[in-house]
Design a protein around this ligand. Sequence first.
Ligand SMILES: *Cc1c(COP(=O)(O)O)cnc(C)c1O
Length: 363
Amino acid sequence: MLDLSPEVKLLWDKINMAIQEVILSGQFILGPNVKAFEQEAADYLGVKHAVGVNSGTDALVISLRAAGIGPGDEVITTPFTFFATVESISRVGAVPVFIDIDLKTFNLDPDLIEKAVTPRTKAIIPVHLYGHAADMKAVLAQAERYRLVIIEDVAQAFGAEFEDKKLGAVGNAGCCSFFPSKVLGAFGDGGLIATNDDHMAETAKMLRAHGSAKKYFHEVIGYNSRLDEIQAAVLRVKLPELDRSNEKRRQVARRYNDLLNEMPGISIPYEAPCAKHVFHQYTVRIPGGKRDKVQDYLSRQNIETRVYYPVPLHKLPVYRESCSVLKNVEQAATEVLSLPIWPDMEYDLQEYIVDKIKIAINL
Ligand SMILES: *Cc1c(COP(=O)(O)O)cnc(C)c1O
């Protein structure tokens, strides 16, 4: 699915040096690299503050807490996402309210927000799935109308844009993940909260350090959730290369588009004119009940593909009580297939994969 070795080889010396410097400095927690990376990430995203935490999941939990969301509150989101999006809502004691998606972008359909709002609705979490922006213009309009906090799940879309703004800088807070397979991946877990809100940034910093702004003076119950100094040092080497590597992903995606465009039985990913996609995943749709057969055939040819996500979250036993019928989500779950993609993927390999897909679809 993913070959990270070309990128690591390219940056080998710089990464090695950065890690060794941290070890020699003896400062492993909230040291100079975290501080510098927070500034560099804030500048890159175009926000006032960035707060490093230990995962994308914790970025979501801490952002929700910092926005004052808790028991009794409802948060609108999509069930077509990684479990962590919705788990974080439950972990702060709030209730997720699921709405259906737009089948073109796989992201939540903002026209459905209005019907889902109740007097308890406090926030909305749009997820920029696969690296493509949710329709933030419409989300912003609804959020303003109903006074909802917007917490963007940017885990799959670091560097992606909506109307020339970096995702994560559009809502009240943007939650980023540096899980190794993400477009900006660390060598372990890591996450970040981006925000222009001084109060949210301050509260998030307090929450990540056991609820204390001043050591040993704990004001609230918090977490042990810091971005690791070694991971920050690695990310500082990788961030300046990100635009280049995202551009390479876009090029690989365009080549897939050209190869797959005319093929019957498969539809290529949509990219909205106002969005800049970073192709964390290159995800096609194969309708007509053929997706699993195609995936099986490819797997027998040693081509690894993935289904993100086979079980919509509202269908999981833990969220059974939400019992909604979300037609587009359920359809997408049976049709989507993510093909291998990484920045330095060779054209020959793409041609080989597409040839096998052609055989599989006609079987
Ligand atoms: C990866 C991911 C997360 C969680 O990030 P971690 O750093 O793994 O905790 C949250 N939401 C989405 C959409 C993700 O893809």
